[in-house]
Design a protein. Structure first.
Length: 52
């Protein structure tokens, strides 16, 4: 079994957060752009970041 830290990562096109490979994305990893359905629905416009 692989360690979670060894899995490939991408940055979400909507929220700009990093997300890791998931088994359900195995066949389509090259086309995955969003970390969740919620981000996919918002599209590619990044959400505003609150600096604090």
């Amino acid at each position: 079994m692989r360690k979670k830290s060894d899995l490939p990562e991408k940055t979400c096109a909507a929220c700009r957060r990093p997300f890791s490979w998931r088994k359900k994305w195995a066949r389509d990893w090259d086309n995955v752009r969003y970390c969740s359905d919620a981000c996919r629905k918002t599209g590619s416009s990044p959400s505003p970041r609150v600096s604090g």
